[in-house]
Design a binder for this molecule. Structure first.
Ligand SMILES: [Zn+2]
Length: 157
């Protein structure tokens, strides 16, 4: 289990807060920022990106995951999510599942209020009895492992 230090917590909250400033949320007007600490110790931010066809928008956690996967890492150590309301911002159901794909039940998730105050919960607390890659049939596992082992570095492309 990753030990989340107070300093790293602060860095992730700050990165999520900065990302929130780049949210494109004219329809909900609920700006959200997220930040993942990749297995490479790089912080990958994301923000919600909406469009006129409301259900087609992307959550901040989803865009952060895309950001990380495009850069190469397939795992993250911790995440932060911050909204723009007075309550703690928690990942939606779909994002809890997406986060589980690249984390595990022990992964710390920092849930922030708009002002940056926060609580930390594990992904297992947010998504108990999760359905994940380990539930897949054995014949899927080599394919999954090949994808998880891939580390394409698009920055060198
Ligand atoms: Zn979501």
């Amino acid at each position: 289990m990753f030990e989340l230090t107070p300093e790293m917590t602060k860095r992730l909250v700050k990165a999520a807060m900065t990302a929130r400033g780049n949210a494109y949320a004219p329809y909900s007007r609920y700006n959200v920022g997220a930040a993942l600490l990749g297995e490479d110790d790089v912080i990958y931010p994301g923000a919600n990106v909406e469009n006129a066809a409301y259900p087609q928008g992307a959550c901040a956690e989803t865009s952060a995951i895309s950001h990380m996967v495009l850069a190469g890492p397939r795992r993250y150590k911790a995440a932060a999510v911050i909204g723009s309301g007075p309550d703690f911002c928690t990942p939606c159901g779909g994002c809890r599942q997406r986060l589980f794909e690249f984390g595990d039940a022990s992964t710390p998730i920092i849930l922030c209020k708009a002002d940056g105050s926060h609580v930390v919960q594990t992904l297992g607390e947010l998504l108990p009895m999760a359905f994940g890659p380990s539930e897949l049939p054995d014949n899927m596992k080599p394919i999954l492992e090949a994808y998880q082992a891939r580390r394409p570095d698009v920055r060198q492309a």
